[in-house]
Design a protein around this ligand. Structure first.
Ligand code: FAD
Length: 307
Protein backbone atom coordinates (compact mmCIF):
# COMPACT_ATOMS: atom_id res chain seq x y z
CA UNK A 1 0.00 0.00 0.00
CA UNK A 2 2.87 2.36 0.79
CA UNK A 3 4.48 1.79 -2.61
CA UNK A 4 2.33 4.28 -4.58
CA UNK A 5 2.75 6.91 -1.83
CA UNK A 6 6.53 6.57 -1.98
CA UNK A 7 6.49 6.68 -5.78
CA UNK A 8 4.48 9.93 -5.64
CA UNK A 9 6.96 11.25 -3.04
CA UNK A 10 9.78 10.39 -5.45
CA UNK A 11 8.55 13.26 -7.62
CA UNK A 12 7.94 15.81 -4.82
CA UNK A 13 10.53 18.57 -4.39
CA UNK A 14 9.48 19.34 -0.81
CA UNK A 15 9.90 15.72 0.30
CA UNK A 16 13.14 15.50 -1.66
CA UNK A 17 14.54 18.41 0.37
CA UNK A 18 13.41 16.93 3.70
CA UNK A 19 14.72 13.41 3.00
CA UNK A 20 18.00 14.66 1.53
CA UNK A 21 18.68 16.89 4.56
CA UNK A 22 17.99 14.16 7.17
CA UNK A 23 21.38 13.02 8.57
CA UNK A 24 20.22 9.40 8.86
CA UNK A 25 19.51 9.14 5.16
CA UNK A 26 23.11 8.90 3.99
CA UNK A 27 24.07 5.47 5.43
CA UNK A 28 20.88 3.96 4.00
CA UNK A 29 21.51 5.54 0.60
CA UNK A 30 25.03 4.06 0.67
CA UNK A 31 23.54 0.60 0.61
CA UNK A 32 22.07 1.26 -2.85
CA UNK A 33 24.43 3.89 -4.33
CA UNK A 34 28.18 3.35 -4.88
CA UNK A 35 29.16 6.92 -4.02
CA UNK A 36 28.85 10.48 -5.23
CA UNK A 37 32.07 10.59 -7.29
CA UNK A 38 33.33 8.96 -10.49
CA UNK A 39 36.37 7.43 -8.76
CA UNK A 40 34.05 5.71 -6.25
CA UNK A 41 32.08 4.17 -9.10
CA UNK A 42 35.33 2.83 -10.62
CA UNK A 43 36.30 1.33 -7.26
CA UNK A 44 32.92 -0.43 -7.22
CA UNK A 45 33.55 -1.78 -10.74
CA UNK A 46 36.92 -3.21 -9.65
CA UNK A 47 35.49 -4.73 -6.46
CA UNK A 48 32.63 -6.35 -8.35
CA UNK A 49 35.00 -7.57 -11.08
CA UNK A 50 37.10 -9.27 -8.37
CA UNK A 51 33.94 -11.18 -7.44
CA UNK A 52 33.35 -12.29 -11.04
CA UNK A 53 30.61 -9.71 -11.72
CA UNK A 54 30.08 -7.30 -14.60
CA UNK A 55 28.64 -3.83 -14.25
CA UNK A 56 26.40 -1.26 -15.84
CA UNK A 57 27.06 2.24 -14.46
CA UNK A 58 24.33 4.84 -13.99
CA UNK A 59 25.35 8.44 -13.39
CA UNK A 60 22.32 9.46 -11.34
CA UNK A 61 20.11 12.20 -12.72
CA UNK A 62 16.61 12.46 -14.17
CA UNK A 63 13.74 14.89 -14.79
CA UNK A 64 15.94 17.90 -15.51
CA UNK A 65 14.36 21.28 -16.27
CA UNK A 66 16.88 23.09 -18.46
CA UNK A 67 19.29 22.40 -21.28
CA UNK A 68 22.43 23.21 -19.34
CA UNK A 69 21.68 20.36 -16.90
CA UNK A 70 21.31 18.00 -19.87
CA UNK A 71 24.72 19.07 -21.12
CA UNK A 72 26.22 18.56 -17.65
CA UNK A 73 24.77 15.04 -17.53
CA UNK A 74 26.10 14.29 -21.01
CA UNK A 75 29.55 15.51 -19.93
CA UNK A 76 29.45 13.32 -16.83
CA UNK A 77 28.91 10.28 -19.07
CA UNK A 78 31.66 11.41 -21.46
CA UNK A 79 34.02 11.62 -18.47
CA UNK A 80 32.87 8.16 -17.39
CA UNK A 81 33.52 6.68 -20.85
CA UNK A 82 36.98 8.27 -20.88
CA UNK A 83 37.74 6.88 -17.42
CA UNK A 84 36.58 3.38 -18.41
CA UNK A 85 38.84 3.51 -21.48
CA UNK A 86 41.78 4.90 -19.47
CA UNK A 87 41.45 2.23 -16.77
CA UNK A 88 40.90 -0.58 -19.27
CA UNK A 89 37.48 -1.33 -17.74
CA UNK A 90 35.46 -1.13 -20.98
CA UNK A 91 35.05 -4.89 -21.12
CA UNK A 92 33.75 -5.06 -17.55
CA UNK A 93 31.40 -2.11 -17.44
CA UNK A 94 28.77 -0.69 -19.76
CA UNK A 95 26.67 2.43 -19.09
CA UNK A 96 22.95 2.91 -18.43
CA UNK A 97 21.40 6.29 -19.24
CA UNK A 98 18.05 7.91 -18.53
CA UNK A 99 17.01 10.10 -21.44
CA UNK A 100 15.09 12.41 -19.09
CA UNK A 101 18.53 13.42 -17.75
CA UNK A 102 19.52 14.30 -21.33
CA UNK A 103 16.60 16.66 -21.92
CA UNK A 104 13.86 14.35 -23.26
CA UNK A 105 11.05 16.15 -21.37
CA UNK A 106 12.04 19.66 -22.49
CA UNK A 107 10.24 21.30 -25.45
CA UNK A 108 11.73 19.65 -28.55
CA UNK A 109 13.17 17.16 -26.09
CA UNK A 110 13.50 14.15 -28.35
CA UNK A 111 16.01 15.95 -30.57
CA UNK A 112 17.80 17.39 -27.55
CA UNK A 113 18.07 13.98 -25.89
CA UNK A 114 19.26 12.37 -29.13
CA UNK A 115 21.85 15.13 -29.65
CA UNK A 116 23.18 14.55 -26.12
CA UNK A 117 23.12 10.77 -26.05
CA UNK A 118 24.76 10.22 -29.47
CA UNK A 119 28.23 11.45 -28.39
CA UNK A 120 27.95 9.26 -25.28
CA UNK A 121 27.18 6.19 -27.40
CA UNK A 122 30.12 7.08 -29.69
CA UNK A 123 32.44 7.51 -26.70
CA UNK A 124 31.24 4.19 -25.27
CA UNK A 125 32.08 2.43 -28.55
CA UNK A 126 35.55 3.98 -28.50
CA UNK A 127 36.00 2.77 -24.91
CA UNK A 128 35.10 -0.78 -25.98
CA UNK A 129 31.75 -0.75 -24.26
CA UNK A 130 28.13 0.15 -24.89
CA UNK A 131 25.08 1.99 -23.57
CA UNK A 132 21.65 0.77 -22.47
CA UNK A 133 18.75 3.23 -22.50
CA UNK A 134 16.86 2.84 -19.21
CA UNK A 135 13.06 3.00 -19.55
CA UNK A 136 11.18 5.62 -17.53
CA UNK A 137 7.46 6.34 -17.21
CA UNK A 138 5.05 5.23 -19.95
CA UNK A 139 4.80 8.68 -21.56
CA UNK A 140 8.44 8.35 -22.67
CA UNK A 141 8.37 4.85 -24.18
CA UNK A 142 7.65 5.73 -27.83
CA UNK A 143 10.21 8.51 -27.85
CA UNK A 144 12.85 6.30 -26.18
CA UNK A 145 12.26 3.48 -28.67
CA UNK A 146 12.55 5.94 -31.60
CA UNK A 147 15.87 7.21 -30.23
CA UNK A 148 16.99 3.61 -29.69
CA UNK A 149 16.19 2.75 -33.28
CA UNK A 150 18.20 5.76 -34.57
CA UNK A 151 21.16 4.82 -32.39
CA UNK A 152 21.01 1.17 -33.41
CA UNK A 153 21.34 2.20 -37.05
CA UNK A 154 24.97 3.09 -36.26
CA UNK A 155 25.57 1.26 -32.96
CA UNK A 156 23.53 -1.97 -33.09
CA UNK A 157 24.79 -3.01 -29.65
CA UNK A 158 22.86 -0.19 -27.92
CA UNK A 159 20.60 -1.77 -25.31
CA UNK A 160 16.86 -1.29 -24.68
CA UNK A 161 14.71 -1.81 -21.57
CA UNK A 162 11.11 -3.09 -21.54
CA UNK A 163 8.79 -3.13 -18.52
CA UNK A 164 6.41 -6.07 -18.12
CA UNK A 165 3.80 -4.00 -16.21
CA UNK A 166 2.88 -2.10 -19.40
CA UNK A 167 0.17 -3.69 -21.55
CA UNK A 168 2.10 -2.81 -24.71
CA UNK A 169 5.29 -4.61 -23.76
CA UNK A 170 4.65 -8.06 -25.24
CA UNK A 171 4.35 -6.42 -28.62
CA UNK A 172 7.52 -4.42 -28.00
CA UNK A 173 9.30 -7.67 -27.08
CA UNK A 174 8.36 -9.19 -30.44
CA UNK A 175 9.69 -6.09 -32.20
CA UNK A 176 12.92 -6.16 -30.20
CA UNK A 177 13.68 -9.90 -30.28
CA UNK A 178 15.73 -9.85 -33.49
CA UNK A 179 19.36 -10.74 -34.15
CA UNK A 180 21.87 -8.77 -32.08
CA UNK A 181 19.20 -6.91 -30.11
CA UNK A 182 20.17 -6.38 -26.45
CA UNK A 183 17.04 -6.07 -24.32
CA UNK A 184 16.77 -5.77 -20.53
CA UNK A 185 13.45 -7.08 -19.25
CA UNK A 186 12.25 -5.57 -15.93
CA UNK A 187 8.90 -5.47 -14.14
CA UNK A 188 8.79 -1.64 -14.04
CA UNK A 189 9.43 0.84 -11.25
CA UNK A 190 7.11 3.84 -11.87
CA UNK A 191 3.59 4.66 -10.72
CA UNK A 192 1.50 3.97 -13.82
CA UNK A 193 -2.26 4.38 -14.41
CA UNK A 194 -4.60 1.41 -14.88
CA UNK A 195 -5.26 2.44 -18.52
CA UNK A 196 -1.73 1.46 -19.52
CA UNK A 197 -0.35 -0.91 -16.91
CA UNK A 198 -1.21 -3.98 -14.83
CA UNK A 199 -1.86 -2.97 -11.23
CA UNK A 200 -1.90 -6.44 -9.68
CA UNK A 201 1.57 -7.76 -8.91
CA UNK A 202 0.62 -11.28 -9.99
CA UNK A 203 -0.43 -9.95 -13.40
CA UNK A 204 2.91 -8.12 -13.71
CA UNK A 205 4.71 -11.38 -12.90
CA UNK A 206 2.66 -13.35 -15.44
CA UNK A 207 3.37 -10.72 -18.09
CA UNK A 208 7.06 -10.91 -17.18
CA UNK A 209 7.08 -14.64 -17.90
CA UNK A 210 5.27 -14.13 -21.23
CA UNK A 211 7.85 -11.48 -22.23
CA UNK A 212 10.69 -13.71 -21.08
CA UNK A 213 9.41 -16.49 -23.33
CA UNK A 214 9.32 -14.16 -26.34
CA UNK A 215 12.82 -12.84 -25.74
CA UNK A 216 14.40 -16.22 -24.93
CA UNK A 217 12.81 -17.77 -28.05
CA UNK A 218 14.09 -14.86 -30.17
CA UNK A 219 17.50 -14.24 -31.73
CA UNK A 220 18.55 -11.33 -29.54
CA UNK A 221 20.48 -11.05 -26.28
CA UNK A 222 18.03 -10.98 -23.33
CA UNK A 223 19.16 -9.28 -20.11
CA UNK A 224 17.03 -10.50 -17.22
CA UNK A 225 16.77 -7.54 -14.80
CA UNK A 226 15.12 -9.06 -11.74
CA UNK A 227 15.90 -10.22 -8.19
CA UNK A 228 12.99 -12.61 -8.29
CA UNK A 229 14.20 -16.23 -7.75
CA UNK A 230 11.24 -17.49 -9.76
CA UNK A 231 12.21 -15.43 -12.81
CA UNK A 232 15.81 -16.61 -12.52
CA UNK A 233 14.70 -20.27 -12.42
CA UNK A 234 12.28 -19.82 -15.35
CA UNK A 235 15.03 -18.17 -17.40
CA UNK A 236 17.36 -21.11 -16.78
CA UNK A 237 14.61 -23.54 -17.81
CA UNK A 238 13.79 -21.55 -20.97
CA UNK A 239 17.48 -21.40 -21.87
CA UNK A 240 17.65 -25.19 -21.60
CA UNK A 241 14.56 -25.80 -23.74
CA UNK A 242 15.59 -23.22 -26.36
CA UNK A 243 19.11 -24.71 -26.46
CA UNK A 244 20.57 -21.30 -25.68
CA UNK A 245 24.25 -21.08 -24.77
CA UNK A 246 24.94 -19.72 -21.29
CA UNK A 247 26.63 -16.62 -22.75
CA UNK A 248 23.71 -15.77 -25.06
CA UNK A 249 21.80 -14.02 -22.24
CA UNK A 250 22.64 -12.46 -18.88
CA UNK A 251 21.19 -11.74 -15.46
CA UNK A 252 21.17 -8.23 -14.03
CA UNK A 253 20.53 -7.08 -10.46
CA UNK A 254 20.85 -3.78 -8.61
CA UNK A 255 23.84 -2.77 -6.50
CA UNK A 256 23.37 -3.83 -2.88
CA UNK A 257 20.48 -6.22 -3.55
CA UNK A 258 20.81 -10.03 -3.25
CA UNK A 259 24.60 -9.90 -3.39
CA UNK A 260 25.04 -13.57 -2.42
CA UNK A 261 22.72 -14.59 -5.25
CA UNK A 262 24.68 -12.40 -7.67
CA UNK A 263 27.87 -14.26 -6.73
CA UNK A 264 26.15 -17.63 -6.83
CA UNK A 265 24.93 -17.11 -10.40
CA UNK A 266 28.35 -15.84 -11.53
CA UNK A 267 30.06 -18.83 -9.91
CA UNK A 268 27.64 -21.12 -11.77
CA UNK A 269 29.00 -19.70 -15.06
CA UNK A 270 26.29 -17.13 -15.77
CA UNK A 271 27.05 -13.64 -16.93
CA UNK A 272 25.82 -11.52 -14.02
CA UNK A 273 25.78 -7.73 -14.36
CA UNK A 274 25.26 -5.37 -11.44
CA UNK A 275 23.56 -2.00 -12.02
CA UNK A 276 25.72 0.51 -10.13
CA UNK A 277 24.33 4.01 -9.61
CA UNK A 278 26.59 6.85 -8.48
CA UNK A 279 26.35 10.64 -8.23
CA UNK A 280 24.70 13.27 -6.09
CA UNK A 281 21.21 13.13 -7.56
CA UNK A 282 20.19 9.88 -5.82
CA UNK A 283 16.76 10.87 -4.47
CA UNK A 284 14.39 9.50 -7.18
CA UNK A 285 16.37 6.26 -7.50
CA UNK A 286 16.45 5.78 -3.70
CA UNK A 287 12.70 6.37 -3.30
CA UNK A 288 11.89 3.80 -6.02
CA UNK A 289 13.98 1.22 -4.13
CA UNK A 290 12.07 1.99 -0.90
CA UNK A 291 8.76 1.71 -2.74
CA UNK A 292 9.64 -1.68 -4.23
CA UNK A 293 10.05 -3.61 -1.04
CA UNK A 294 8.73 -3.20 2.51
CA UNK A 295 12.05 -4.64 3.80
CA UNK A 296 13.99 -1.75 2.20
CA UNK A 297 11.63 0.74 3.81
CA UNK A 298 11.88 -1.07 7.17
CA UNK A 299 15.68 -0.83 6.96
CA UNK A 300 15.37 2.94 6.46
CA UNK A 301 12.83 3.36 9.29
CA UNK A 302 14.92 1.22 11.68
CA UNK A 303 17.90 3.49 11.06
CA UNK A 304 15.73 6.50 12.00
CA UNK A 305 14.64 4.85 15.27
CA UNK A 306 18.04 3.49 16.26
CA UNK A 307 19.62 6.94 16.27
P1 FAD B 1 10.05 -7.97 -7.07
O1 FAD B 1 8.80 -8.27 -7.82
O2 FAD B 1 10.21 -6.63 -6.42
O3 FAD B 1 10.27 -9.09 -6.01
C1 FAD B 1 10.11 -10.46 -6.34
C2 FAD B 1 10.93 -11.32 -5.42
O4 FAD B 1 12.34 -11.05 -5.62
C3 FAD B 1 10.71 -11.06 -3.94
O5 FAD B 1 9.56 -11.74 -3.46
C4 FAD B 1 12.01 -11.59 -3.35
O6 FAD B 1 11.99 -13.00 -3.30
C5 FAD B 1 13.05 -11.16 -4.38
N1 FAD B 1 13.60 -9.86 -4.01
C6 FAD B 1 13.31 -8.66 -4.57
N2 FAD B 1 14.01 -7.68 -3.97
C7 FAD B 1 14.74 -8.28 -3.01
C8 FAD B 1 15.66 -7.79 -2.02
N3 FAD B 1 15.93 -6.50 -1.88
N4 FAD B 1 16.23 -8.68 -1.20
C9 FAD B 1 15.95 -9.99 -1.28
N5 FAD B 1 15.07 -10.51 -2.19
C10 FAD B 1 14.49 -9.67 -3.04
N6 FAD B 1 12.75 -0.32 -13.79
C11 FAD B 1 12.34 0.54 -14.74
O7 FAD B 1 11.17 0.94 -14.73
N7 FAD B 1 13.19 0.96 -15.73
C12 FAD B 1 14.47 0.51 -15.82
O8 FAD B 1 15.20 0.90 -16.74
C13 FAD B 1 14.94 -0.40 -14.84
N8 FAD B 1 16.20 -0.89 -14.87
C14 FAD B 1 16.55 -1.88 -13.98
C15 FAD B 1 17.81 -2.49 -14.10
C16 FAD B 1 18.12 -3.58 -13.33
C17 FAD B 1 19.43 -4.24 -13.49
C18 FAD B 1 17.18 -4.08 -12.37
C19 FAD B 1 17.47 -5.28 -11.53
C20 FAD B 1 15.97 -3.44 -12.20
C21 FAD B 1 15.65 -2.34 -12.99
N9 FAD B 1 14.42 -1.69 -12.85
C22 FAD B 1 14.03 -0.80 -13.81
C23 FAD B 1 13.59 -1.94 -11.65
C24 FAD B 1 12.55 -3.00 -11.91
O9 FAD B 1 11.54 -2.51 -12.77
C25 FAD B 1 11.87 -3.46 -10.60
O10 FAD B 1 11.23 -2.36 -10.01
C26 FAD B 1 12.78 -4.06 -9.58
O11 FAD B 1 13.79 -4.84 -10.16
C27 FAD B 1 11.98 -4.96 -8.61
O12 FAD B 1 11.41 -6.05 -9.26
P2 FAD B 1 12.04 -7.53 -9.16
O13 FAD B 1 11.78 -8.22 -10.46
O14 FAD B 1 13.49 -7.43 -8.82
O15 FAD B 1 11.34 -8.28 -8.00
Amino acid sequence: MLGPVLLAAARSDAIRRAVSAAPVTRPVVDRFVAGERLDQSLTAVRDLADRGLEVTLDHLGEDITDRSEAVRNRDAYLALAEALAGEGLGERAEMSVKLSAFGQALPGGEDIAYGNVLPVVEAAAQAGTTVTLDMEDHTTVDSTLRILSELRGRFPQTGAVVQSYLFRTEEDCHALAGEGSRVRLVKGAYKEPAEVAHQDKREVDRAYVRCLKILMAGKGYPMIGSHDPRMVAITQELARTAGRKIDSYEFQMLYGIREAEQERLAAAGHRMRVYVPYGTDWYGYFMRRLAERPANLAFFLRSLISR
